[in-house]
Design a protein around this ligand. Structure first.
Ligand SMILES: NC(=O)c1ccc[n+]([C@@H]2O[C@H](COP(=O)([O-])OP(=O)(O)OC[C@H]3O[C@@H](n4cnc5c(N)ncnc54)[C@H](OP(=O)(O)O)[C@@H]3O)[C@@H](O)[C@H]2O)c1
Length: 339
């Protein structure tokens, strides 16, 4: 039996995530009758193209949610806070890439490979996790099932596209200015990003962590359903266009070898192990171009103890970290008649 065809909207279609989403909707053959692209008044009247077909962009309004089944939202928290309740009240499923509702109790926060089952109890608003969280839980979840997690320490090296089209533009502008010997202007990032590493993503909170770091820690606990997981995150922005990298140290409740970890991860869908130090083989940010798997390497016994493992995770922040994960959620909802 073929899946029911739905009416679909992409809100924030003109952004870094939204543009990727237009492609992925088609690459995954999401069965739609009608596809509406929504954005702010700034881009209303423009067109986006996929495979030779032009899609008009409209300004989002209350009317946008009539005759709609699913809205994939990528326009930031403030916009989601306005339109998610409108969509929900009209019976539309709102799959939200922003952090507005992720930690709400009645909002499933979903990485399909990890906790797709939680979609069965949705109340129309569904959270798509933070990009750094998604690639982390893809690896932690199977390891927790096998060996039980005790502590996790994660340090991220995040691409500028994680800050949207303005983030990409700022790095490009600074590189051009640097080459021309002109002054460098920073507005999207707190400090110069060209040739730099900035240990700040999002605002600082009273506890000394940033908003991004808190998202990684709290969302990981929610998705893995381990309230008392000891986890600490440090998030840094690096002058890379696409792809977030993470260095992760994990303590388990039992002794675990690198060989054990490799065996578990080798069988997991959408994970790919690239790990041969002798030939300098490990995942790098450039390796995620054209590869939608989350890549894992540098798997080793950590010197902290025989119950500790260190590894390195790389994934495409715009695709698995955002657009692809959201479209996979929509696909699961359609295929399992959860509309
Ligand atoms: N970038 C990533 O790696 C990533 C990963 C995970 C999650 N996310 C989340 O995904 C969302 C989008 O991120 P992004 O990186 O794609 O941002 P972006 O490149 O800045 O794009 C923002 C989009 O939102 C639209 N928008 C802004 N204000 C609007 C309004 N008042 N009404 C309607 N549409 C409006 C913009 O439309 P105009 O073109 O008309 O301005 C644009 O389409 C954010 O919540 C972000 O936190 C991003």
């Amino acid at each position: 039996m073929s899946a029911r065809k739905i009416n679909l909207a992409i809100l924030g279609a003109t952004g870094a995530v939204g543009r990727e989403m237009l492609q992925i909707v088609h690459q995954l053959n999401l069965p739609y009758n009608n596809l509406v692209l929504l954005a702010s008044p700034r881009s209303a009247g423009s067109y986006l193209e996929y495979s030779g077909k032009k899609f008009p962009v409209e300004e989002v309004s209350g009317d946008s949610f009539s005759d709609l089944d699913i809205c994939l939202a990528n326009a930031g928290s403030d916009v989601s806070k306005v339109w998610a309740p409108v969509a929900r009240d009209k019976g539309v499923i709102f799959i939200d890439n922003s952090s507005a509702f992720r930690l709400d109790e009645d909002v499933p926060l979903v990485v399909p490979e990890v906790n797709a089952d939680s979609l069965r109890d949705h109340h129309h608003i569904i959270g798509n996790p933070n990009c750094s969280t998604i690639q982390l839980v893809q690896v932690l979840s199977p390891l927790h099932k096998a060996f039980q997690l005790k502590r996790v320490i994660v340090n991220t090296y995040q691409a500028v596209s994680g800050a949207g089209k303005k983030g990409l533009q700022e790095l490009e502008n600074q590189l051009k200015a640097q080459a021309a010997g002109l002054p460098l202007v920073s507005s999207k990032f707190a400090r110069q990003i060209a040739g730099n590493v900035i240990p700040q993503i999002d605002n600082f909170l009273a506890n000394g962590y940033t908003g991004e770091e808190m998202k990684i820690m709290l969302e990981t606990k929610k998705i893995l359903a381990i309230n008392d997981l000891a986890i600490s995150a440090t998030a840094a922005r690096v002058p890379v266009e696409y792809g977030h990298s993470e260095s992760v140290q994990i303590q388990f409740s039992q002794l675990v070898s690198a060989h054990d970890v490799r065996n578990v991860l080798a069988d997991i869908e959408h994970l790919e192990i690239i790990d041969n130090p002798e030939t300098n083989l490990y995942p790098t940010a450039l390796d995620i171009i054209g590869n939608d798997n989350t890549l894992v390497g540098r798997i080793r016994q950590d010197m902290l103890g025989k119950d500790w493992i260190s590894l390195w995770i790389v994934s495409n922040n715009l695709r698995k970290g955002a657009a692809l994960n959201a479209v996979q959620i929509a696909d699961y909802i359609i295929k399992n008649n959860l509309l």
